[in-house]
Each structure stands twice: as structure tokens, then as C-alpha cells.
Write a protein that binds this ligand. Structure first.
Ligand code: ARG
Length: 402
């Protein structure tokens, strides 16, 4: 077998990915390990993480700012798709993985690396998302996954790292496993593994508790263009700022927490707490505008597409032919999703209180009204119902004989 020399590692700064660095050199004899640090708006000190990679023995470390792409090319399509896995989770973590994978592959190409690596374990969804995306974009690249093969407990991994000069974590490790980016936070493990344990208030960082949320309501307006949110309260903003603003508004009022049991790709159920205030708010508003601007058959069918889209993204098929085909469907439906939605935020709620569309509204007041301006022809209803219910009537007659 050809000797592998250079590997690009997706690096988060945690103990596990740090230990991956000496492992890749020791066990795989890589002469160069490049630590790739993705900025996804997680708000950490990335220079410090980069330094940590170098201190852990990386030959080089690269920080890539992916946050604009994340909002524009990943979060925004998810809003158009009203994507909610299990009808609840807006895929805040799942959406980040194909983007990281894409940039890992690009970096591997630029640097002439033979392999890419990540620190995912063998029982999560993220390994699936990384591996599938890497296989789709760089099928010739070898994928190395130390945490899937090394069979070390956390304590053993720390000891192994110490042998190579990686200091054991000083602060007591958080009892939870947390993933953070621009779109939200995912919190699992620890006390949450008992499904009846309510999460402590300190697991949350983006959303206020209902108790601490202000008593007063705050009404906001979200403007959409072709199904993409473009303004909040008449502030026209870029995608990242839209998400940030939505996060702040919804989070302040305690909207956007999720507690769910989900079905991982590897076949096990797991309990996860999410807080994704902005994304949930934007999806809610988007759905509302679609109710005004899409034909009923399109809307109905789009729900099927949405469900499948969410499953594909959750299950790692971002760069797959079905996902691409569904994107075309969604794209063609969104040309008429223009207008705005009014929402009241208060005490954990985001209540729709209005919607309008200048050029794409399918609502006709002259047809809907109960006033004297009504132009609907009531006489046609009888003939319509005669045929609409014909088969049902025949069935009822047949059955009443018995
Ligand atoms: N279960 C979620 C998903 O599959 C998120 C996992 C994120 N990791 C974490 N440590 N909470 O997208």
C-alpha cells in the first residue's frame, strides 16, 4: 500500500480531536497533520484553538471562516424547506457537517493531502454526515477516524495525549456533550440520558427561560423574498445577520427550546436538547407566508418533499442526487414566496398575528368576505357537493341496508 503522508483533520479544540493529532502521527505515521478549524459562528476564540492544535503537534493549522456560506447555502435552503427532523429539530448541527466536509476536501486538494480525518465516534450521526459528504466530493481521499477505532475510554485518551504533551483538560469537563454554531446549540449526555430528567437551566445559553422572559409582548415583522428571509423590522440584512437578529429576538422571549428523543441513523434512539431560536422563528414565519402564496396542491405536496429533505440532511445525504432533485422542486415553488409575516413574541411563544404579500397573495377578500361585497356564487355549491360526495353517499346507502 502506498504510504500516506499528509492528512487534514477537522479540529474542534476538544481533547478528543487533540489526541487525534499524535495518534495520526504515531499509528498512521503521517509526517504532516493539518488541523482544520471551521468558524461556523460558534463564538469561540479560534486563534486559541489553532494554537492548541499546534501545541498538540499539528504541522499546520488553518482557520476557515465558513459562517457566510453556512447561513446562505445551508441555513437558508433549510428555511425554504421548512426542514424539521421528527417535526421538531431544524437540523442546526446536521447542516454544518457537509459544509465542513466540503472544506476539508478542498483543503486536502489544495495541500495535496492523501487523507482527511475527523474525531467522530462510531455511534453518532456526524460520522455518517462527514463520511458520506467526503465520499461524494473526494471519493479518492482516504478517511481516517481515530475515535472510531482506538477503543480508548475518555480517561485513556487523556493519558495517551499526555504521553505526547497534550495537557489533560484543566477545567472540569462539562457533564454534557455540546455542539454550538450560528444556528443553535445541541446538548446531550450526562443527566439528560435519563429521559425523565428535566434539563437544568444552565444548559441553555441562547434562550431565556419562560420565567425570566419579559412579560411584555414584542411584535416583529419578517420580510421574505423568493422564500428567503431578507429583513426583520424593516432592517434589510445579510443572511448571517438575519439569523443573529432572529436568535436574539426569539431567544430573549424564551422561544426556541426543544427536548426530544430522536432516531439516529445508526439505529438507536437518543435524547437531545436543542435551542435554535432564530431558525425556528424563521421557519415558522416562512411556513405562514407559504400558506398565503402557494396553491393548496403545491403546499400539500411540498410537505412530503420537506419531510424527505429533512431526513436526507439528517441522514447524511446533503450531496446526493435525491437531495439535489428536491432542491429543484423547492426552488421552483419559492418564486412566489414574497411578502411579510407579523409575529408576536411573548413568554416562550411566537404567535403569528398577520401576513401579507403584495404580488403573490392568493387570498381574495371579495371571495372570502361574509359582507355584502361577497362575489362568490353560492348557487354552484350544490352541484359541486352533489358530485364531490357521490361515492361516499353510495357507500353510505349500501351500508345502511345491512
Ligand atoms: N443529534 C444531533 C444531530 O444528529 C446533534 C448532535 C450534536 N452533538 C452533540 N454533542 N450534542 O444532528
Amino acid at each position: 500500500m502506498q504510504q500516506l503522508k499528509k492528512v487534514v483533520l477537522a479540529y474542534s479544540g476538544g481533547v478528543d480531536t487533540s489526541v487525534c493529532i499524535p495518534y495520526l502521527k504515531d499509528k498512521y505515521e503521517f509526517s504532516e497533520v493539518i488541523a482544520f478549524v471551521a468558524d461556523l459562528g460558534q463564538g469561540e476564540d479560534l486563534e486559541k484553538i489553532k494554537q492548541k492544535a499546534l501545541n498538540s503537534g499539528a504541522t499546520n493549522s488553518i482557520i476557515a471562516n465558513l459562517v457566510d456560506d453556512f447561513a446562505k447555502k445551508y441555513a437558508f435552503p433549510a428555511i425554504r424547506a421548512n426542514a424539521l427532523y421528527g417535526n421538531k429539530y431544524p437540523l442546526s448541527t446536521a447542516l454544518a457537517r457537509p459544509l465542513i466536509a466540503q472544506n476539508l476536501v478542498n483543503t486536502a486538494r489544495e495541500l495535496g493531502a492523501d487523507a482527511v480525518a475527523h474525531g467522530c465516534t462510531g455511534k453518532g450521526n456526524d460520522q455518517v454526515r462527514f463520511d458520506l459528504a467526503i465520499n461524494a466530493l473526494g471519493p479518492d481521499l482516504k478517511i481516517i477516524t481515530p475515535a472510531r477505532e482506538w477503543d480508548m475510554s475518555r480517561e485513556e485518551a487523556i493519558l495517551y495525549g499526555e504521553k505526547f504533551g497534550i495537557p489533560a483538560p484543566v477545567s472540569k469537563k462539562s457533564p454534557y456533550s455540546i455542539d454550538v454554531n450560528l444556528l443553535g446549540r445541541s446538548i446531550e449526555a450526562g443527566l439528560l440520558e435519563d429521559l425523565m430528567n428535566e434539563p437544568d437551566e444552565d444548559v441553555f445559553a441562547m434562550t431565556s427561560s419562560i420565567e425570566d422572559a419579559p412579560d411584555y409582548p414584542e411584535d416583529i415583522e419578517i420580510v421574505f423574498k423568493n422564500g428567503f428571509p431578507v429583513a426583520i423590522n424593516n432592517d434589510f440584512l445579510n443572511p448571517v445577520s438575519i439569523v443573529q437578529k432572529a436568535n436574539l429576538l426569539a431567544g430573549k422571549h424564551g422561544f426556541g427550546r426543544i427536548d426530544m428523543v430522536e432516531d439516529r441513523v445508526v439505529g438507536i434512539k437518543s435524547r437531545e436538547i436543542y435551542e435554535t431560536p432564530g431558525l425556528l422563528l424563521l421557519i415558522k414565519a416562512h411556513k405562514e407566508l407559504e400558506s398565503l402564496t402557494l396553491n393548496p396542491d403545491v403546499r400539500d405536496f411540498k410537505e412530503i418533499i420537506e419531510k424527505k429533505w429533512g431526513q436526507l440532511v439528517y441522514q447524511g445525504f446533503w450531496f446526493g442526487p435525491l437531495k439535489t432533485a428536491l432542491d429543484s422542486f423547492i426552488d421552483s415553488t419559492q418564486r412566489s414566496v414574497n411578502g411579510k409575516v407579523k409575529i408576536r413574541l411573548q413568554k416562550g411563544n411566537a404567535i403569528i398575528i398577520g401576513r401579507s404579500s403584495e404580488n403573490n397573495s392568493l387570498y381574495r377578500e371579495d371571495l372570502a368576505t361574509y359582507s355584502k361585497d361577497d362575489i362568490f356564487n353560492h348557487k354552484y355549491a350544490e352541484g359541486f357537493i352533489y358530485m364531490w360526495g357521490m361515492s361516499n353517499k353510495i357507500w353510505a346507502e349500501q351500508n345502511s341496508k345491512k
